[in-house]
Design a protein around this ligand. Structure first.
Ligand code: DC
Length: 224
């Protein structure tokens, strides 16, 4: 049985998370946060004392991740071996480690089936870098959401400031550029729009405009 799948790919900080959550709620679809699986692999390796230079060992960890995604009022709680790891997962350190392990072909392979299994009734919103190119090449609608690095750094800076966390704009921008470089230049499933994706640049759009344009495109593809 085939269920509708909508893929949302793009670089860090383009607004994919917000768009995906909004779409999942509007359509009543499941949500796959594939970045969390790479973050979880990096975090689990660190917790278990496994060297993240060891591709085989990290891939074993990815294959056997004991993870649960629990819907909550504010999004999805990520549980690793029974513990809520949401706050840990979002740290810059785990993000950088995730970007490193995500470049390993064996780690990516270990996560393919787990990601595809998220496609179930009534449908799926899949958030990531290679959702439309590799994991769901036959998706019903594909969006590549992007924004300039300065815009993404500014958004992240504002987010941290309003959460009362100390933030350094130049450092955030440098981290974003480093992550883009890593994600775009790896040999397997690099960050790139699928040839049949709608490319949306959110640099000069409000989140409401992004959501409306995305929904209009999804409806034009006949997804309900
Ligand atoms: O979306 P995110 O920031 O949580 O992703 C964390 C890292 O995982 C990011 O550097 C890129 C990588 N990633 C990937 O390679 N493929 C995906 N489908 C999702 C994320």
């Amino acid at each position: 049985m085939q269920y509708p799948v909508i893929t949302i790919d793009g670089p860090s900080g383009a607004g994919k998370g917000t768009l995906c959550l909004w779409l999942a709620r509007q359509l009543g679809f499941h949500l796959l946060d594939s970045g969390a699986l790479y973050r979880l692999s990096a975090l689990a390796a660190k917790t278990l004392g496994v060297d993240d230079n060891d591709e085989d060992k990290v891939a074993e960890i990815s294959k056997h991740l004991d993870v649960d995604f629990l819907p909550t009022d504010n999004g999805v709680a990520v549980m690793l071996s029974g513990s809520d790891v949401c706050a840990l997962l979002r740290t810059e350190e785990v993000g950088m480690a995730a970007s490193k392990v995500a470049a390993y072909p064996k780690v990516r392979q270990a996560l393919v089936e787990r990601q595809r299994n998220f496609a179930s009734a009534p449908g799926l919103i899949a958030d990531g870098r290679d959702m439309g190119t590799t994991i769901f090449p036959d998706a019903d609608a594909k969006i590549f959401l992007t924004a300039g690095p300065e815009t993404r750094a500014e958004r992240r800076y504002q987010q941290l400031q309003s959460a009362g966390t100390a933030a350094d704009y130049e450092q955030i921008l440098a981290d974003i550029r480093a992550r883009d470089e890593n994600d775009s230049n790896r040999a397997v499933s690099p960050l790139a729009p699928a040839s049949d994706a709608l490319v949306l640049d959110s640099s000069h759009l409000t989140i409401e405009e992004v959501c409306q344009q995305a929904m209009a495109y999804i409806e034009s593809k006949g997804v309900k």
